[in-house]
Design a protein around this ligand. Structure first.
Ligand code: URA
Length: 237
């Protein structure tokens, strides 16, 4: 593999940026200053270092963010903080969120530079399950559970796939969990609107096999563990 590709994949910068680092003699291969970006290296065998720090090879990066309310699920926005602004990651240029959560929605967001996995997870044909926790204005009744199970008419010729609604707490404000297999725009809010109810608070708990790490406070993030990544890739194949 070319040295510049290795360094860019490792997250050190764009191809142009890593070429500049090589030119500044800040990269070594097996202890020798690297001569040029085209230099061939064997990932895993050759020891590549930046300012003396060993660089491990990783083709893609995967982070779990507990998205807080008030940030938008895009890579750039002039007027609002984005999920990338708050992500704790050394190099963010190629990263993007897998799908979107509304600005006021909290919870699990996967952020990666792996377009193939993102496609697998988002593809409507794959029916990847997503679990949400929500607080709903009013009582969620048995009929609502049945209606969600049957597939709700969201208007404008859109019918939601059957969804599993579980009431966690009954009351004037109900607490529920909802399992859905698609990700239409404002999906959960529109489903509740279809039964005449309003979502007061919404949080995503899981996506496929990936579960929100509840030790992450809103706004905190961490790389996926190898186990989480393996399970996600295996299931979404
Ligand atoms: N459904 C919604 O209505 N909003 C979200 O952010 C996610 C699912």
């Amino acid at each position: 593999m070319r040295l510049d590709k290795f360094l860019a994949d490792a997250g050190l910068g764009t191809r142009t940026e890593v070429k500049a680092l090589i030119k500044k003699r800040r990269i070594t291969i097996n202890g020798e200053t690297a001569s040029g970006p085209e230099k061939k290296i064997e990932p895993g065998l050759d020891k590549v270092a930046f300012d003396g720090e060993a660089i491990g090879y990783q083709e893609h990066f995967y982070y779990m963010l507990n998205k807080p309310a008030g940030v938008v699920s895009v890579t750039e926005d002039k007027s609002c903080r984005t999920v990338l602004d708050i992500l704790e990651a050394p190099f963010k240029k190629k990263l993007f969120p897998v799908g979107r959560l509304d600005k006021d929605t909290e919870g699990l967001l996967l952020i990666t530079d792996d377009g193939v996995l993102a496609h697998e997870i988002l593809s409507p044909r794959k029916h990847v399950g997503k679990v949400y926790y929500a607080r709903i204005q009013g009582r969620v009744e048995k009929e609502d559970i049945e209606a969600f199970k049957a597939g709700l008419d969201l208007g404008e010729d859109v019918v939601a796939l059957p969804a599993e609604l579980t009431v966690l707490k009954e009351g004037e404000v109900s607490e529920i969990e909802l399992l859905i297999y698609e990700g239409k725009y404002h999906q959960v809010k529109r489903m509740f609107e279809a039964v005449g109810k309003k979502v007061l608070y919404l949080k995503r708990l899981s996506m496929g096999s990936l579960k929100l790490d509840e030790t992450l406070l809103p706004g905190e993030s961490r790389p996926l563990t190898e186990k989480e990544l393996k399970e996600l890739k295996d299931r979404e194949k």
